[in-house]
Design a protein around this ligand. Sequence first.
Ligand code: NAD
Length: 301
Amino acid sequence: MKTKISMIGMGNVGSVTAYALAHKKIADEIVMLDVLKDLLEGHSLDLAHSLAWEEGTRAYHGDYTDIDGSRIVVVCAGAGRRSGLNRLVLAEQNAKIVTEIGASIKKHSPGAIVITLTNPVDVMNYVMWRATGFPREKVLGQGNVLDSFRFRWAISQVIGAKPSEIEAFVIGEHGNSKVPLFSKVTVRGKPKELTIEERMKVTELIESSNETIIKKKGGTVFGPTQAIVRMVDAIISDKKEMMPCSFVLKGEYGLKDLSIGVPVILGRNGVESVEEWTLDHAEEVSFKRSSELIQDTIGKV
Ligand code: NAD
């Protein structure tokens, strides 16, 4: 059977992600949807031309009837964060969009796994789960994979190691209350304890570099794209790889009825299992605060 990935929302992140997935030849078909029909057609033709010299993925645009039988639906539709603006203020506006899209996915591709990108992603992934009515294992949000890229990069800048030699993860809200897990940082496979001063520099660098991207180019694109590519690859290739993703909890970490970033194992069924890590006291307090902020916004939308 052919592997189809559907992309809903072909703005900055959606279009670059469609390009990256198509050229990775991870799927037989990529279907693209957007409410802006001219933009959609433009991206669709541009992408089709870029694929003309190689065997592999067929990319085309369409409507919801074309998403039937999708293995994965990636949702990058909605308004984005602007400089100085908290992601949580986007919630109300994007909740309406995500609710509509979720209902259409449910109708036209009921067996799909959904990856939500739309911000505030933890709240939107919860809205998506409710709108689709899918099993929670099939609805996950991307936020903390990107946060973890940034964490590794910032540590590398501060301690002078290669980012690829660092293992470091962020959990919690993909937003201001994110929880970088300093207690679990390893460098070349060995635990690495950063000083208080180093931790402060890393934290500052994560925030300031993100703000710089938003201020100077309008929004992040390559980072989230690569995060989605890793998640899609883990699912389609059944890698059983650990990644922190936003996921609807049912008692794990003492929480339920919200979606929040936690370490999960990704494989062919979506979320195969949740890893319950032991956090240090400060991380536990921050994670709880993060969950309260998300729950508060869910209550509002
Ligand atoms: P963008 O404005 O460039 O693109 C959004 C696209 O969504 C537009 O083309 C718009 O026409 C389309 N759209 C709006 N409503 C739609 C609907 N009902 N159906 C189909 N398409 C619709 O924004 P972007 O920079 O690509 O970001 C998209 C979303 O992803 C934003 O919410 C942004 O905050 C979020 N984002 C998340 C992460 C993350 O890590 N989770 C990273 C970057 C951006």
